[in-house]
Ligand binder design. Structure first.
Ligand SMILES: Cc1cc2nc3c(=O)[nH]c(=O)nc-3n(C[C@H](O)[C@H](O)[C@H](O)COP(=O)(O)OP(=O)(O)OC[C@H]3O[C@@H](n4cnc5c(N)ncnc54)[C@H](O)[C@@H]3O)c2cc1C
Length: 388
């Protein structure tokens, strides 16, 4: 890594964002966390949309900020320090935009990308996982075919999609959904297609809203497709390219999942550090006990190490160098440090930290999803092992 210093633009962006996160996003996040999972509050997403940061990777020519992955990771660290659920919403937008940016037609880019840059918040979703197909993408049971469910040919020559997708972040509130479906179960990689589906298209419906332990701000749903018909101009990428678009999206996205972990870890660590210097027991701050201060010193070290892995992965992505292994390492490091820091912070904050409504209690619930999403940490280890 040749240079660790941030540019003036990055510094001022972070300054603006930190102020917004501290004043508005973090307090609203705690409040919304306590509300139900089935009600989505657009105003929180609107704070970021006002800065055109809801999908920071959309190129400038389509109205976006055109941020590189390094700067996007800086943004996500800040956002997740205030609201990991909002950071998950941003990441879902980035994932949905990615296949269109990488493989979409000019028409698709013009039709869909500018929607994610408007100040009235617009969201998108990325739908891959199914009940029978989580880590094993090839077991996908959503099929795209020229014929309908009942076997009748579709006279209009459109693609017909039947199946379902689960755990789709933004799925119930999105402007459009990027959906992966199989065409040939025997050809797992080549027989996959990606579609962009505008919300409200007949044949697509929300079956249920998932009630989650953490990242509760992020609307997460199960979607069902029942003879969903799409013209060929909704297909993303040339024939046979969907798997590659998917892998490129994942490989890049994993570095951002790492950044979310670093943000949660930092917030938990800062909360515990402050408390430990203020809380007096036995006539002195609890920080004066090495059991506490050394834990915090270790956390500070691990957070910095995870951040460096995130930065390195993003540095490689931005230069189109080989980033697959670095991105998987960044994701593992970020998710591990988030869980460890949130758990340690809860211990340092004592009984208060265990109470519902305390920030560290939320950090721990939010952190716990990170080893699961974006390809589990087990799968990241399999990716790394395959490259050693
Ligand atoms: C809150 C939340 C939001 C999500 N958002 C989205 C979204 O927006 N879009 C989307 O498409 N998906 C989303 N997901 C789905 C997520 O990506 C999957 O849950 C994840 O990929 C794991 O799949 P699974 O849950 O089916 O677990 P499984 O694949 O069934 O895995 C179960 C366990 O077995 C392990 N395992 C499986 N295979 C292997 C292997 N080969 N080697 C070692 N260990 C293995 C796993 O690591 C895991 O521990 C979301 C999930 C959650 C919880």
């Amino acid at each position: 890594m040749p240079d660790f210093s941030l540019t003036r633009d990055q510094e001022s962006l972070l300054e603006e964002l930190r102020e917004l996160v501290g004043r508005k996003i973090a307090p609203a996040s705690l409040e919304l966390d306590r509300a139900g999972d089935d009600r989505f509050d657009f105003s929180l997403a609107g704070f970021l949309a006002g800065l055109n940061l809801l999908t920071p990777t959309v190129p400038r020519e389509y109205g976006g900020r055109g941020l590189d992955y390094f700067t996007t990771a800086l943004v996500l660290e800040e956002v997740s320090a205030g609201c990991a659920g909002l950071a998950a919403v941003v990441t879902a937008n980035i994932h949905a935009a990615s296949p269109i940016i990488l493989g979409g037609t000019d028409h698709q880019k013009e039709a869909f990308l500018p929607r994610l840059t408007r100040p009235d918040p617009n969201l998108a979703a990325f739908a891959l996982t199914e009940s029978s197909s989580g880590s094993d993408i090839g077991a996908m049971q959503s099929f795209a075919s020229p014929v309908r469910k009942d076997g009748r040919a579709n006279s209009t020559g459109q693609w017909v999609i039947n199946g379902s997708k689960d755990y789709v972040i933004n799925g119930g509130v999105a402007e459009f959904i990027v959906l992966f479906a199989a065409t040939d179960p025997k050809n797992k990689k080549g027989g996959m297609m990606a579609f962009v589906v505008p919300s409200g298209t007949p044949g697509m419906s929300v079956e249920s809203v998932r009630n989650k332990m953490g990242i509760r701000y992020a609307n997460t749903v199960r979607l069902v497709f029942d003879d969903l018909k799409l013209d060929g101009n909704y297909v993303i990428g040339r024939p046979g390219s969907a798997y590659l678009l998917l892998m490129q999206t994942f490989d890049r996205g994993r570095s951002l999942a790492g950044a979310i972990g670093v943000g949660i870890a930092r917030a938990a660590y800062e909360c515990a550090l402050k408390y430990s210097k203020e809380r007096v027991q036995f006539g002195r701050p609890v920080y004066s006990n090495q059991g506490v201060s050394f834990t915090l010193a270790e956390l500070a070290t691990k957070i910095e190490a995870a951040r460096m892995l995130v930065w390195k992965a993003c540095w490689l992505i931005d230069r189109d160098l080989d980033y697959t292994m670095a991105s998987s390492m960044a994701k593992i490091a970020g998710s591990k440090v988030a869980v460890e820091a949130a758990s340690a912070a809860m211990e340092i904050c004592g009984g208060g930290g265990y109470l519902v409504g305390h920030p560290v209690e939320k950090y721990l619930r939010d952190a716990r999803v990170l080893p699961i999403i974006e390809g589990t940490d087990h799968i990241q280890k399999a990716v790394i092992a395959s490259l050693l």
